[in-house]
Design a protein around this ligand. Sequence first.
Ligand code: MLT
Length: 407
Amino acid sequence: MAKINSNYQKLQAGYLFPEIGRRVRAFAAANPEAKIIRLGIGDVVLPLPEPIVQAIKDASDEMGARESFRGYGPEQGYDFLLSAIADHYKSQGAAVEADEVFVSDGSKCDTANIQEIFGLDNVIAVTDPVYPVYVDTNVMAGRTGEAKDGRYGKLVYLPTTAENGFEPALPTVKADIVYLCSPNNPTGALMSRASLEKWVKYAKENEAILLYDAAYEAFIQEPGQVHSIFEIPGAREVAIEFRSLSKTAGFTGVRCAYTVVPKDLKARNDQGELVGVHGLWLRRQTTKFNGVSYPIQKAAEAVFSPAGKKAVADNIAYYMENARIIREGLAAAGLTVYGGVNAPYIWLKTPAGLGSWDLFDKLLNEAHVVGTPGAGFGTCGEGYFRLSAFGIRENVVEAVARITKIL
Ligand code: MLT
């Protein structure tokens, strides 16, 4: 009899967003007249900017002509895109070379898959609340032990709550791999330069690796803030960075992201020898991945063109204005709100006596507004609730009016 990977049975509940989708579908079926406003999963609503659409059309035409048709591309990504990404990093003050960039179909996949190249005996640290993919993929791999009261025995949890200003403290036990996300999903908090310097120092002193998820860096509004971990001296020896075009450029349905594995990054093998991590990820990708399609890589290249940058900045400004409307509207009604300044997520404190899922049900049933319960991101997310700024303006305004009417 074939056996399953029993680690899957350690997973708690279903993946958060399908569970929310299930509840919303059930509500919609029972209340077909309700005009539901969805500010739950962070999914973009504005159409792709024109320069990006044009790049897809042009590349499709190339694929339709015998002389310019292309088959398999390089697994790591086409040179034109790798160079555009490396140039973008350099313009942000981060030293990244084109051959350190790996183009993929999403940061969810990359942050999920990266753990495969590390040993099962690493001690993993995650913030709490946390993007669930980091935790669940380590559960599937067998690194976490069993769950008890919503937490896995072998994971190190770093609370990030209002009490510590949403800045994770350094672990009190030695962690080998630390997942950090800034601007943060779900709290919307941004890690300061001083904090990132502290983490790089920690990683160096403990021979740890930082898995730095910067999927929302393009939403940073305040000048002088850190966009890439590689702006921090020494980070090239201790960090991997993940970035996505999903939210940045409206690619949630297009699929393109990139991961930077610096050639300076090393970790130890079972014999205690230092091994380059870049080569391992290259090996993994060339074995398991055939790259992103040519038209989509041309679309991604267009994101970094002057016209693409301008169009993408306009869309981000639209979403960040939504964030301002939500943040200020809820605060004016007396709610305690965080985030929404350098990130497209608003993290609000649930009103007294209401748990995260209670507020989810209340907003769905009484305001017909969908958000994301903080408890779905970890035990420290209990008592919080996330609203996404990815909505059509009039829906966002309407959602704020409906929420403030009932809370
Ligand atoms: C979210 O809402 O947290 C994100 O859309 C999830 C994701 O990017 O996978």
